[in-house]
Design a protein around this ligand. Structure first.
Ligand code: GAL
Length: 809
């Protein structure tokens, strides 16, 4: 009965025999799952035959259903300056993440592991993990975002089946957003010799770089005596560029300094990675071997800006929560890669992992694709924001959690700053200053090469208390009106816009008359995409742009947020059925909103941008004022409605509203064609764009982000489905119920339409389009061959797309 599931174990990196003799990494993918309390489930021989079989990464709550009663909080959110408590419904996404969940698996450990060291590693487990082996508790980890591991050498029986059980429990009122639930990141068993490198044991830095050479320092923590470490450094094509060996051991450390000639430097535009092949030998015999990718790069924070390899580089960053929309929090590399591709095209160069440890997969991709990362740790220290938040664990766990963060991720060149916290209420008072000192020192002890920030929202208070002065990098969340004063009063000489904008919008929704202001709400629970609505603590994007453009001492900004996320549906925190955010430049389905193009027009300096809003299907608005905005990388443009010029608009540096967007406020709506012509600096037409009033919904247009998938059981293609008229124009108000079917080698995985008020479940093969669009996720299995997504909808010609699933290379 158990045999059914215990053998599906992936063995990585077995490419050569020597390697498998020294170290193997098994991803433990197949588990049995039960949601609910179960007192005996930790026992070795517990009967789990009727439990659900799941593959991890797994988020038990994402299949819902949405329910307004889940984690309903009657609170006043102090960070949002609320004075009275109100009922908050969708704050944590209204999905069933609260309660207990159990995972069990059986692992056969071969006799050959007799003299090996076995480490059980979790990339994260949500939350309050308790881990049992063969009925015995081996440890726990409360914080759901921490990476952690146990040495299970003595617990796992060799030549036998072993039962691993994990109990997780999520408390109500423990989060300010959707945290997910379960073994949502990977679990691995590492088998190595007792004489070996320690877990997370290498520290690779590049302390000296000039144009001719770089010094690569590798400090390896080792177990054993009479050891030598040998390293080969390879370039990105696998060609050896340098090597070194050292047998001088001090305590448990062996250090190597290795010269790389003509180094290729890592940066967002040149994300060049080297590989260090590091071997451990005892009396000449190979005992351990690891491959670590790293980048050669230099960072410096100065009053003139953040310098990467000597060049001032402004952070054009976004904050991201960890959920992946319709996938919930279950980590998926294809989904993360798609997010980063969309952000690359935006011209974004940086990410802040709000407000917790980023996934290792995301960091790998940031290294490869070129993103600077602020790796954040906490949203709370000792003083609570939510009753059952991290405040419950701070005293006992904060040091261990920071250690794990730094030790597990420090070799990623993408990380250029640590964040010790976000808007922690401990900003007030001398206790908070002490806590900051303590935490910052832990970061410095673990990694002397990167500075530490905290996203601060109580800016006046931190000026008074000294909290802001202690930090390596003073991060300001919003409070743009205090930038000058903070710059003057803090000693560092620079500040960072650690969180900016919090402008809200719903994709494809426009409200009339056009209003500018905060906490604006409408009966349909949507926010307008004229990009003029924000929160009482925040602002429209332009207010930040000016600070960024006018002060070298502002290191850059991290916009709240790149993508929409589950939970925190401000300004509809107390309206049901809002259940996901309106903050993203990109919606929950991964479809860009208009605001994406406003940022693109200034961030993407390689490609031109010309974007028109709103759409032009305004039945019933004929003759009414319908403003048209254009987001463009050009300074000047002319607008035509049905061929008639509406005049030229040029960017105006003396006006907040006209400096970055072009606006025609008096356009009178008539159906037909909207055309914009952008002019270059010589006044010549440089680019054109048109939108038209679409006719009736006629057929479905399907566009896949990737037509070729890998048959690894987790690869994804994101297919955008648009309802179009007979000429192929998007029907921008279409809300058609569509049905999905996947034939052939692939599987239907999920769908999402980006509507923050939709209660349709992501995993069911049907959904309504929102503003004419939705996205369907098709997943690969282990099978190769063709797969077909077929989308149908009443009164619409069926849409179909064919994808190819290929064998892994
Ligand atoms: C900030 C906070 C974020 C998010 C945002 C919404 O103050 O750090 O987590 O809540 O506000 O505007």
């Amino acid at each position: 009965m158990k045999n059914k599931y215990f053998l599906f174990i992936f063995i990585l990196a077995l490419s050569n025999n020597l390697y498998s003799q020294t170290r193997s990494i098994q991803e433990i993918e197949t588990w049995k799952f039960f949601q609910g309390k179960n007192e005996n489930a930790y026992q070795k021989d517990f009967d789990d035959s009727d439990w659900q079989e799941v593959n991890i990464p797994h988020d038990w709550a994402i299949s819902g259903p949405f329910d307004k009663e889940i984690d309903k909080q009657i609170v006043k959110i102090e960070q949002n300056n609320e004075e009275i408590a109100t009922e908050k419904t969708g704050r944590t996404g209204a999905l069933p993440f609260i309660g207990t969940g159990w995972y069990r698996t059986v692992l056969h450990i071969p006799e050959s592991a007799q003299n090996k060291q076995l480490m059980l590693n979790f990339d994260g487990a949500m939350s309050n993990a308790e881990v049992f082996i063969n009925g015995k508790k081996i440890g726990n980890r409360p914080y759901g975002y921490s990476y952690f591991y146990f040495d299970v050498t003595d617990e796992l029986k060799k030549g036998e089946d072993n039962t691993i059980a994990v109990r997780l429990e999520n408390l109500p009122k423990s989060s300010r957003w959707y945290p997910g639930a379960g073994l949502y990141r990977k679990v691995r068993l590492i088998t190595k010799n007792t004489v070996s490198f320690k877990h997370w044991g290498h520290t690779i830095t590049t302390p000296f770089i000039n144009s001719n050479e770089a010094k690569v320092t590798i400090k390896s923590e080792v177990q054993g005596t009479n050891l030598c470490v040998e390293t080969i450094i390879k370039d990105k094509n696998g060609k050896k560029v340098s090597s070194n060996s050292n047998c001088q051991q001090f305590g448990n450390q062996i250090e190597q300094n290795i010269k790389v000639n003509n180094p290729k430097l890592w940066s967002p535009s040149t994300p060049y990675l080297y590989t260090a092949e590091i071997r451990l030998l005892q009396d000449g015999e190979l005992k351990d071997q690891q491959e670590i990718k790293f980048g050669i790069r230099e960072i410096e924070y100065t009053p003139g800006g953040f310098k990467l390899n000597g060049k001032v580089t402004k952070f054009k960053g976004v904050c991201l929560h960890h959920d992946l929309g319709p996938l919930g929090t279950a980590i998926n590399k294809a989904a993360l890669r798609r997010q980063l591709k969309i952000l690359k095209d935006l011209g974004c160069n940086a990410i802040r992992s709000a407000h917790n440890m980023p996934s290792l997969e995301q960091l790998q991709l940031c290294d490869e694709m070129g993103f600077l990362v602020i790796a954040e740790s906490f949203d709370e220290w000792k003083r609570p924001k939510v009753k059952n938040g991290y405040n419950l664990y701070f005293d006992d766990w904060a040091e261990k959690d920071v250690e794990s963060l730094v030790r597990a991720t420090k070799n990623h060149p993408s990380i250029v700053m640590w964040s010790a916290g976000n808007e922690v209420p401990d900003q007030f008072g001398s206790e908070g200053v002490k806590r900051l000192h303590w935490l910052q020192d832990i970061f410095h002890r673990e990694d002397p090469t990167r500075p530490v920030t905290v996203g601060m929202d109580r800016v006046k208070a931190v000026m008074e208390s000294g909290f802001g002065a202690v930090l390596d990098i003073p991060g300001l969340n919003y409070r743009v009106h205090l930038y000058d004063e903070a710059h003057q009063r803090f000693p560092q000489g620079f500040i960072l816009g650690s969180e900016t904008a919090s402008t809200v919008s719903s994709r494809g929704i426009y409200k009339f008359p056009v209003k500018t202001g905060y906490n604006i709400t409408y009966p349909d629970l949507q926010s307008s995409s004229y990009d003029l609505e924000y929160c009482s603590w925040s602002n429209i994007p332009e207010v930040d742009f000016i600070e960024q453009d006018e002060h070298d001492w502002v290191l850059g900004e991290f916009v709240w947020t790149g993508f929409d996320y589950l939970g925190e549906p401000t300004p509809y925190d107390d309206y049901w059925p809002s259940r996901s955010s309106y903050f993203g430049m990109v919606d929950l389905a991964g479809i860009p909103k208009d605001r994406y193009y406003l940022y693109r027009s200034r961030w993407n300096t390689e490609d031109e941008t010309l974007h028109i809003l709103p759409h032009w299907n305004w039945e019933g608005r004929k003759g009414e004022i319908t403003p048209v905005f254009v987001y463009t990388s050009y300074d000047k443009a002319e607008l035509f409605i049905n061929g008639k010029s509406q005049g030229i608009r040029a960017k105006n540096n003396n006006s907040l509203m006209e400096r970055y967007r072009l606006m025609w406020d008096d356009v009178v709506y008539e159906p037909g064609k909207v055309k914009v012509v952008a002019y270059d600096e010589y006044g010549n037409p440089a680019m054109e764009k048109e939108i038209v009033t679409a006719g009736k919904p006629h057929h479905l247009k399907l566009e896949a982000d990737r037509a070729n998938l890998i048959a690894n059981g987790e690869d994804l293609s994101f297919v955008t489905v648009s309802v179009v008229d007979k000429d192929g124009n998007l029907c921008p108000t279409a809300a058609n119920q569509l049905n999905f079917q996947v034939k052939g080698a692939g599987e239907y995985r999920a769908a999402c339409n980006g509507d923050p008020t939709s209660l349709e479940m992501f995993h069911l093969p049907t959904m309504k389009t929102f503003s004419g669009k939705l996205v369907v996720l098709v997943k690969s299995t282990a099978q190769t061959g063709k797969t077909e997504l077929i989308v149908t909808g009443k009164g619409l010609k069926t849409g179909q797309i064919s994808l190819e699933i290929e064998a892994p290379k």
